[in-house]
Design a protein around this ligand. Structure first.
Ligand code: AMP
Ligand code: MG
Length: 275
């Protein structure tokens, strides 16, 4: 299956997240007889990613940016850990966007984002992103509607500008159900090693689930452009979420088809000179 074709958010029509099953696995299974096959696919994908990342780095002309968004506990950190487990730290950079600092707030909302865009040859990952400025900011009315409503176009122009300058952008919405979020919070409460990940803010944000859902539907719909597509990743099953994001990244890199640069040096002469 081509994951990018299957999981690309539909363009043109308004998106209703309730029409997308967060537990979907498209026939892939884990813990059954097919377990081995799908484990092997993940291992193969990780190995292929390592190879392609190396070629992208060697080529040094283009970059890839993964944007990860999703409700609390949707697995943004886990996705980064698993998908990039085989990646070279030399050409991979993760940036997590938290509440803006006062210095960041003193600039336009894209200022801190632009500074973190991956350089040529690199893969960059955004754990949260400029999309927070039409999500949390909208839900909590941190700026008036007249301001956030303009941001969809501003983001589209920014995303387009980046792609025209050699950055391929992939945007992932990690789609979990409200029940699954409850299970994950319960799991964190029960496991002392996970307490550091808990905050009461998560419980507060959970009360705004419907508002966030609406804000995500609009962000995905308004900013699902050809140059910077959104993918809706069923994320109730962590293993499927990891597989899907990895596959889409590999499929994209294969389409980009990075090439080792042709050497400018004279190999025959090098051989002669080597004593
Ligand atoms: P975490 O991802 O759990 O570390 O939390 C980061 C927090 O920063 C989340 O609650 C986000 O909603 C918040 N955040 C990220 N970007 C922004 C932004 N542009 N404005 C306000 N809050 C933000
Ligand atoms: Mg959090």
């Amino acid at each position: 299956m081509k994951f990018h074709a299957k999981l690309a958010a539909p363009s043109h029509k308004k998106i209703r997240l309730k029409d997308f099953d967060p537990a979907e696995t498209y026939g892939y299974e884990k813990g059954h007889e097919k377990d081995d096959r799908d484990e092997a696919l993940m291992a193969k994908t990780t190995a292929r990613l390592d190879e392609l990342q190396y070629m992208l780095y060697a080529e040094g002309k283009r970059s890839v940016l993964l944007v990860l968004q999703g409700m609390d506990t949707s697995g943004k950190d886990g996705t980064i850990r698993h998908v990039m487990s085989g990646a070279s730290p030399q050409s991979c950079k993760v940036t997590s966007f938290k509440q803006p600092t006062s210095r960041e707030l003193a600039h336009d909302f894209l200022w801190r984002i632009h500074k973190a865009v991956p350089e040529k040859g690199n893969i960059g990952i955004f754990n949260r992103s400029h999309y927070e400025d039409v999500l949390v900011v909208r839900v909590h009315k941190l700026v008036p509607k007249s301001v956030w409503s303009e941001r969809y176009d501003e983001i589209n122009r920014f995303d387009k500008y980046l792609t025209e300058n050699g950055t391929t952008i992939l945007k992932f919405f990690l789609h979990i159900s409200k029940d699954e979020q409850k299970r994950r919070i319960e799991e964190r409460i029960a496991n002392p090693n996970k307490h550091w990940k808990l905050s009461e803010a998560d419980l507060k944000e959970r009360e705004f689930w419907d508002d966030y859902t609406e804000a995500y539907e609009d962000a995905i719909h308004n900013c699902n452009t050809k140059h910077a597509p959104w993918y809706i990743i069923p994320a109730d099953h962590k293993w499927f979420r990891n597989l899907a994001v990895s596959r889409i990244l590999v499929e994209t890199l294969e389409k980009m088809d990075p090439k080792y640069p042709t050497p400018e040096l004279d190999i025959a002469r090098m051989k002669r000179l080597l004593k």
